[in-house]
Ligand binder design. Structure first.
Ligand code: ZN
Length: 253
């Protein structure tokens, strides 16, 4: 028998695993056309933008926060889930995957149909009033900002700007999502890392929890990561890997 290539090894491991957790990073969304705004060359590394999009920047000038963010939010709103998102939905349907942990704020895992998703950097889709904590769907607000009807979404009760549920600079991670992510790492028998270089906190730490609890590790990423030596590494586009994996799992399971 010919030796397996990394993709075949990864698929073989997926077949043997029944408590898979996935950790997705910017790479899964860049394949959907969403820019890597937090990455090394990302928009959010620009010190001016960073200042505007920090928690302080939001408090000081929410209108500027929203005008700086709308380009990104509009791009996200137009994005569609990719084959890699769909692979995770399939794994959940097959009863193999228990949770998706994502660094992305775009809600594409929900859009694809994944049901257990821990968004450790929050989501742009929902927001809260900083004063009364009322919950808002942000989509209608974004449409009004784009059309120029409003500059800032306001909580009608408190007359203060509503903040999207994105983790801004200077903010802590949402506790529920973080606890869910840690739990997913502790419970899984295989951690599938998709499109994360595992550099940005907390993604840099999560795989060590899974490895410490005895899980295997598969990394599909174009760049090297600090965990490559502990993993089966597939150095390919996520779309290619996802299509191969879905074909293998659907037809030969
Ligand atoms: Zn309020």
């Amino acid at each position: 028998m010919a030796p397996m290539n990394p993709t075949e090894e990864a698929i073989s491991l997926i077949r043997k695993s029944n408590r898979i957790a996935a950790l997705s990073g910017a790479g899964i969304s860049t394949e959907a056309g969403v820019p890597d705004f937090r990455g090394p060359d990302g928009l959010w590394r620009d010190p001016n933008i960073l200042n505007q999009l920090s928690a302080t920047g939001f408090r000081q000038d929410p209108a500027r926060f929203y005008s700086s963010s709308m380009n990104l939010f509009s791009t996200i709103a137009a994005a569609k889930p990719t084959p890699a998102h769909n692979l995770l939905v399939l794994l959940e349907k097959l009863g193999k995957l228990q949770a998706v942990v994502t660094q992305n704020i775009d809600g594409l895992h929900h859009a694809a149909g994944s049901s257990t998703v821990f968004e450790v950097h929050g989501t742009y889709r929902t927001g809260h009033c900083p004063q009364c904590s009322d919950f808002f769907e942000m989509g209608p607000f974004y449409k009004k900002i784009e059309s120029g009807d409003i500059q800032v979404p306001l909580c009608k009760k408190c007359n203060v700007p509503v903040k999207p549920d994105i983790v801004l600079f200077e903010e802590l991670l949402p506790q529920d999502a973080w606890n869910g992510a840690v739990n997913a790492m502790e419970q899984c028998d295989l951690l599938l890392v998709l499109g994360s270089s595992l550099v940005i906190y907390p993604a840099a730490e999560l795989p060590s929890i899974a490895l410490g609890c005895g899980a295997r590790l598969v990394i599909v990423n174009l760049q090297e990561t600090a965990y490559d030596r502990a993993a089966i590494v597939v150095r390919d586009k996520l779309g290619n890997f996802a299509k191969s994996a879905m074909a293998a799992l659907v037809y030969k399971n």
